[in-house]
Ligand binder design. Sequence first.
Ligand SMILES: [Zn+2]
Length: 188
Amino acid sequence: MLSDEAIKEFQEIYEKEYGKKLTWEEASDASWRLHEFYKILFDVAKKEHFRKLKLKDNPKGFHMEGGKYSCCICGTYVEGESSWYDKNGIKCLLCQKAVDQKIVPSKACKDKDSWYAMWELDHYFKIRTATAKKMIREGKLNARIVPTAESSPYYYVFMIKENIELFGPKKREHKVTKNEDESITIQL
Ligand SMILES: [Zn+2]
């Protein structure tokens, strides 16, 4: 629990900012939730900070520990030995290999707005998967294809720059605005 002093302080700040006096219960509840919220933010930032430090000793990267994470390319949940973290972020092993081999540009990891996924082609352009595959074969659509271990297609990345005539610049409403928790960085 927070100290009475902290709750009282919150009550005063709130009244000053919003002109409303919170009851002790409200202030206690709200300040607690705020406290928890910042604790989570801080934990996330702290983890990210330590990962960056660890990366200095392991510049090629390492497996993630302590939880599930989503691959920055395909979105699959990965943990432990199925995950890899390097300067381009957290990836599954298939996407990691594809980025290492430059099949997928590292830019795709950092900038989700530089490419479309297969589902987005359907969602935004009404290009169904079968049609997209046909277009790839006919050379009308440029795809970066992450292969499985058996070399069959696992995940398609469509770089906007390589398909600019088809897609045009990425529209604002197509942009990724969600802030994935991995992207928060603070100076400690
Ligand atoms: Zn992946």
